[in-house]
Write a protein that binds this ligand. Structure first.
Ligand code: ADP
Ligand code: MG
Length: 329
């Protein structure tokens, strides 16, 4: 691990509900390696269809789940062996944005209260007027006017306004990393680009990195530097986002990319590739390439889990089709 590591998933595995009959349970994420660097803020997309382990990855990164294998490390410290002070810093510096931004908040709390609570928890404001100043500042950063939203209740706001308030709330804490799990999937297509642009500006203007979790490759392409494609808990392809999306090499990535509707750029892929149910049953065999049952190129060697090979455009691909290119670094 380098000294500049911000958040580091070190060979992380998450299995749910193991028991004697089914010792491995459901493996939601397997041997994940991912390092978000502290010295160059970046946007990393995690993409894959429903059930591929995206939210599990988000919850592991947020310390909401303890991995069953490997370690999640923030600034050199395992999340699960932090001191009180380290944990407090981590709690402030790594913020979450979820799909339904207000689901976790009490509907009877006003926007003010939503913003004041973190300020109180982390003692950010020196006085009442300072608190007001901080609120106005972050609302301004996300393009909202304080007098339009303060004092209001969630139901009095539009979906786009709510999501911006959640972004503003994260900004109050001056985070280093925002973990956003499908942040725009419940927002009207017309507002989506707007929020995504805001998230991108956070990287450029405030040096905040973003772990952008999505089933939508079109938006991933718009804002991300790097992308990981997950299939049933395993990374099948990883690399520069535009390279992977424009020149996908893994047969699964090719399937995902081919389901982005091209004619209407406003419409994005909705991730409705059906997975046969038996593939998702608990304890399903995880030997070999997990995509081979759906793969047009399946070969006998696919019974053995492939390593990562150089995909030809700089990405790494877990597929024997690229074996002659040599191992990816
Ligand atoms: P995604 O966000 O990509 O849709 P998830 O991370 O939510 O995927 O889920 C990945 C797999 O892990 C799924 O098979 C899901 O059913 C399973 N899973 C997720 N959370 C739990 C849990 N708390 N208990 C049991 N299984 C879970
Ligand atoms: Mg999810």
């Amino acid at each position: 691990m380098s000294a500049e590591s911000l958040l580091h998933f070190d060979n992380v595995t998450m299995a749910f509900g193991g028991n004697r009959r089914n010792p491995d349970g459901v493996v939601a994420l397997e041997n994940l390696d991912l390092e978000i660097r502290a010295d160059e803020p970046s946007i990393i997309a995690i993409a894959g269809e429903s059930g591929s382990g995206k939210s599990t990855l988000a919850r592991l990164g947020l310390g909401m789940l303890k991995p069953t294998g490997g370690r999640v490390i923030y600034k050199g410290q395992d999340l699960w062996s932090m001191s009180g002070d380290q944990r407090r810093d981590y709690r402030r510096e790594v913020q979450a944005i979820f799909q339904d931004p207000f689901a976790v908040y009490n509907p009877f709390y006003t926007v003010d209260r939503l913003l004041r609570t973190p300020m109180r928890t982390f003692k950010l404001a020196k006085s009442k007027s300072h608190a007001r100043e901080l609120m106005e500042d972050v609302l301004d950063k996300v393009g909202l006017r304080a007098n339009e939203v303060l004092g209001r209740y969630p139901h009095q706001l539009s979906g786009g306004q709510r999501q911006r308030i959640v972004v503003a709330r994260s900004l109050l804490l001056q985070p280093h990393l925002i973990v956003a799990d499908e942040p725009v999937s419940m927002i009207d297509a017309s507002l989506r680009a707007n929020i995504l642009t805001k998230l991108k500006e956070l990287r450029d203007e405030f040096g905040i990195s973003l772990l952008y979790i999505t089933h939508d490759l079109a938006t991933a392409n718009q804002i991300s530097d790097k992308i990981l494609i997950l299939y049933r808990g395993r990374v099948v392809e990883v690399g520069d986002a535009s390279t992977v999306i424009q020149r996908p090499q893994h047969p699964y990535t090719q399937l995902l990319v081919s389901s982005i509707p091209r004619p209407d750029p406003e419409k994005t892929w909705e991730g409705r590739v059906e997975i046969p149910l038996e593939e998702l049953t608990p304890g399903a065999d995880r030997a070999g390439c997990l995509f081979r049952h759906r793969c047009p190129h399946a070969m006998p060697e696919c019974e053995i889990t492939p390593d990562y090979y150089e995909g030809g455009y700089g990405q790494s691909v877990a597929c024997y089709l690229y074996r002659e290119n040599g191992a990816a670094n």
